[in-house]
Each structure stands twice: as C-alpha cells, then as structure tokens.
Design a protein. Sequence first.
Length: 150
Amino acid sequence: MPKRQSIWENAIFRVLEKHNGIATLKFFYEEVPPQIEKTKTTDANHDIRGYLRRLKNVKKKIKQIGLSTYALLYVKADDVIYEDIQKKDFDVKFFNLPKEKIHNYVEGMLIEIGNLKNYQTYTPDKNIIFSLHFPRISGHTERLGYNITL
C-alpha cells in the first residue's frame, strides 16, 4: 500500500501548482505555513527545506532548477544550465576558459567589482592570479591575497 503524502508535501505541491510548476524558497516560506493547521515546529522554514530535499532526492517528485528554485518534473525551464552543471555533463566554455579555471576567474571578477565599488575585498587564496581581460577597467594584473586592492 502506498504511503500518504504529508500535509507539508501537499502544501508544497499546491504552491508549485499555484506558480505554474515553478517556485522559489521565498514562495514556499510565505505560502506553506498558513496551509499547515497544527504543527509543533519552531522553524517552519527548516521543515520546508527538509521536505523539499526529500521530495527531490528520495521521492524524485520535484527537481531543482536553480538556486532556491524548484519545479515539478514535467516543467521545462527556459535556462537549463543549472541542471547541466548539477549533472556535470556540460561542455559549455565560460569566458573561453576550461572548467577547472572558471571559479578562480569569477572570483577575480567579483573582487574587481568590489574594488570598483570601493568595498574591502578578500580572498583566502593568495596563489591564484586573475588576469584581467578588461584592462580598461583597472589596467593591470595582480596576485590575489588578503584585503586586495587592484
């Protein structure tokens, strides 16, 4: 005999259906708790994340299509790059870099943006080098380290 769905799972599915099969954690946090009549939980958001994880990983009834974004299995997202990255079978070149160098490059770009905005920037990795492909922004290449100013 199949197990019944919990009231939490039913509430999650109602939120997904209300938003055309795609919903973010924000929607779940706002719309699921009012649907739960009696609960002893002290942290509904924690419970929602747990049910989402179970529905995705164990029961395979929903899928994650982005950061904090979930969808029903039949929903086809416009941008499937998140799913490709999770499957680790993507072959897209970002910034014409090999996969293993993308993280360092993006980290360097974020530091550069932070410096342009006059934020105090930081990276724990002093060994990576960010070669600016945009010399008009700062005009130089620096070794990244603590409290960087490019």
